[in-house]
Design a protein around this ligand. Structure first.
Ligand SMILES: *Cc1c(COP(=O)(O)O)cnc(C)c1O
Length: 387
């Protein structure tokens, strides 16, 4: 590519496609910026903007008040002894795995785990033992299955796994397994538990200590109204010293975070949204009620919600035989649903999906949810009349 004015003209400021649609994309509902975070993004957008008064480590910057945020607010918010900022939930998981396990150790992971948990384990050179779920339609994880997986690792390798991981909730069905029970089963074998809260912390109340989790991973851009990439790792007990260990040659730099993670606007958007996030988790009951209401309405139209039922989270997975049948017959094929929703200013169901899809009702008010239900009904009626 020759970098002349012609080829460069497609770069520069780029507008972001259709705006102000109703958004039900699970990836995006919890990461929408608050007005405060939008302002912070502009204010702190310059590179290394937070480093004016850095004493050598991100977590002890007093101005802006990053130290208070990391050392006081986040531990209280998450129920952990220590917290650090990472560049995402996956970096949080990797930091834990890499610091507490040795090459060739095993990590026990729920069968619904996000790919980033698997890749993090691979990057840390760990082996993976999967914990079964009961498949369609519940995708239920029996806590006892953790005990069985741990015993299997012990019998095959002669030692317990270095870590167990539970996805809470998983990113497909939005299931919330019995984390407390799973933590206590893991602890019977002295296996620490990492709770992956990418889809929960920042949407619903999460307290790692109450659950009994030794570690938690959080995603700022997914669930804490932050501009990413940003996440949090929370650590309990003696593991604090291991995960947050410092460099022997550079005594203020923490090795696992390569000395420093968020170096500008991302953490300032998280801090800007934090008061609103603390407030919104108090309304989690309403979010769950909305999700259940929405699920019931869609089931009334012939869709089937799989996973926990009644559901306990805004992330839901639907099978939609009625849309699939239409897609087999219409000209636009499997893109018809996306196009129909787009025409109604609804965004978030992946283009081309009809047979099944996931969506999220988080932060979408009742009026908009009703509008979505009505739109689904309209689309079904429109095509069913045709055939
Ligand atoms: C989105 C997601 C992640 C990845 O989060 P990042 O912050 O982007 O690393 C991890 N786990 C689950 C379950 C997710 O849904």
């Amino acid at each position: 590519m020759v970098l002349d004015s012609n080829s460069l003209s497609k770069f520069g400021f780029i507008e972001r496609g259709p705006k102000d649609f109703i958004n039900i994309d699970p990836l995006q509902t919890g990461g929408k910026l608050t007005p405060e975070a939008q302002k912070a993004l502009k204010e702190w957008g310059d590179g290394y903007s937070i480093c004016d008064f850095c004493p050598g480590s991100l977590d002890i910057i007093k101005q802006p008040p990053i130290k208070d945020f990391i050392h006081e607010a986040l531990p209280e918010f998450l129920g952990v002894d220590g917290a650090r900022i990472t560049n995402g939930a996956r970096e949080a998981k990797f930091a834990v795995m890499h610091s507490i396990a040795n090459e060739g150790d095993c990590v026990v992971v729920d069968g619904l785990a996000h790919y980033s948990s698997i890749v993090a384990a691979q990057r840390a050179r760990l082996n993976i033992e999967s914990v079964e779920h009961n498949g369609n339609p519940d995708y239920y994880i029996d806590p006892e299955a953790y005990g069985r997986a741990i015993e299997k690792v012990i019998s095959e390798s002669g030692k317990p796994p270095a870590l167990a991981l539970l996805t809470y909730p998983d990113g497909n069905y939005g299931n919330l397994p019995d984390a407390k029970k799973i933590a206590s089963i893991c602890h019977e074998y002295d296996v620490p538990l990492l709770l992956n809260c990418a889809y929960s912390a920042g949407r619903m109340p999460i307290n790692a200590k109450e659950i009994g989790a030794d570690f938690i991973s959080v995603s700022g851009h997914k669930s804490m109204a932050s501009s990413g990439p940003i996440g949090i790792v929370g650590v309990n007990g003696d593991y604090v010293d291991t995960v947050f260990r410092k460099s022997p040659t550079h005594p203020v730099k923490e090795i696992e975070f390569l000395g420093c993670t968020a170096r500008g606007a991302t953490i300032m958007t998280m801090i800007a949204s934090f008061p609103a996030v603390v407030e919104r988790i108090k309304h989690w009951d309403e979010e769950v009620a909305n999700a259940r209401w929405f699920s019931e309405k869609l089931e009334g139209l012939g869709l089937i919600q799989v996973g926990d039922k009644p559901h306990n989270h805004d992330l839901m997975f639907f099978e939609a035989p009625v849309f699939y049948e239409i897609s087999q017959k219409v000209k636009k094929g499997r893109y018809f649903l996306y196009k129909e929703l787009k025409a109604r200013r609804i965004h978030g169901i992946k283009a081309g999906l009809t047979k099944y899809f996931k969506l999220s009702t988080f932060g979408v008010d009742k009026e908009d949810l009703s509008y979505i239900v009505d739109s689904f009904e309209e689309i079904i009626d429109k095509y069913q009349d045709k055939f």
